[in-house]
Design a protein around this ligand. Sequence first.
Ligand SMILES: NC(=O)c1ccc[n+]([C@@H]2O[C@H](COP(=O)([O-])OP(=O)(O)OC[C@H]3O[C@@H](n4cnc5c(N)ncnc54)[C@H](OP(=O)(O)O)[C@@H]3O)[C@@H](O)[C@H]2O)c1
Length: 325
Amino acid sequence: MRYIDLPEHGGPEVMQLAEREKPQPASGEVLIKVVAAGINRPDIVQRMGFYPPPPGASPIMGLEVAGEIVAVGDGVERWKEGDTVCALANGGGYAEYVAVPASQCLPVPKGLSLVEAAALPETFFTVWSNVFDRAGLKAGEILLVHGGSSGIGTTAIQLAHNFGARVFATAGSAEKCAACEALGAEKAINYKNDDYVEVVREATGGHGADVILDMVGGDYIDRNIQLAAKDGRIVNIAYLQGASVQVNMLPVMLKRLTLTGSTLRPQSAQVKAAIAGALESKVWPLIDEGKIRPQIAATFPLENVADAHRLMESSGHIGKIVLTL
Ligand SMILES: NC(=O)c1ccc[n+]([C@@H]2O[C@H](COP(=O)([O-])OP(=O)(O)OC[C@H]3O[C@@H](n4cnc5c(N)ncnc54)[C@H](OP(=O)(O)O)[C@@H]3O)[C@@H](O)[C@H]2O)c1
């Protein structure tokens, strides 16, 4: 099969189109013939050598795919050959075939192309488990999403808006802010021009944010603590601007804040299966109804994966970038 090899770590140019044997599905797995594979920022970090695959995972990049099941391993009852699915992979998505745990497959929502379906798993699993499970966002609460125009951000805005939260977002241009507001953010703040702490405080009558989803870190860590409402929850899923900072922790105690975070990839199959179950029962119906839709910024054929990575690293995109096979 064709796949993208990573013979060394470095810039986009190190990725090479190559050939190897297709994988076989182990017990509990299905083999998917990939039609589309989503790109996520963790792939960039893996390519650079700072995010090694967890033990047992494929060394091939790629965390999400959509396509047709062409073989099933022992013990798989739900899926059969010929089913089309989207799936959270533990790795191996940048390839013509990938073996994934059957419990990490979900049906393709009604009306979505396989390109759109491939753009769902990584961000929907991540946002669900961090914003709803971990941070416990409830209807009527206020969510601030940093990086609102990212794959993660466009997912978080739509999910939170549909579940009845008031959503604020930050993004780095007027166009990105407009996109966040079109997806359901009450207000998006261009962080290059305005201080998000002041804007959200003023817009919420001094209440602040009940939940903050942050991937930026750096000086946002202290500012998030300042902005959080009483009993607020701050959940970090990355630290693009750094993780080592000096902060005033006093408000954590005085406002009873929860600081938390997680990474999806190293979590167990059981945890991922539970997230898949919650998504299928609570979120997939909203996609079926057309209330939530993945935002596709661009598609690239597999062999042009370097250009896809360059686009993501330029941050010129809004939403998701997807490879087609
Ligand atoms: N913990 C987990 O399980 C998990 C899972 C998936 C993704 N993630 C993380 O979530 C983040 C978003 O992922 P994604 O795939 O949605 O990425 P993405 O679409 O590339 O979005 C990243 C966004 O962050 C902003 N950004 C980029 N570099 C930045 C920097 N140095 N400082 C501040 N902002 C920066 C950019 O928006 P602006 O132009 O508006 O600044 C960019 O659009 C990534 O950091 C990724 O590693 C974590």
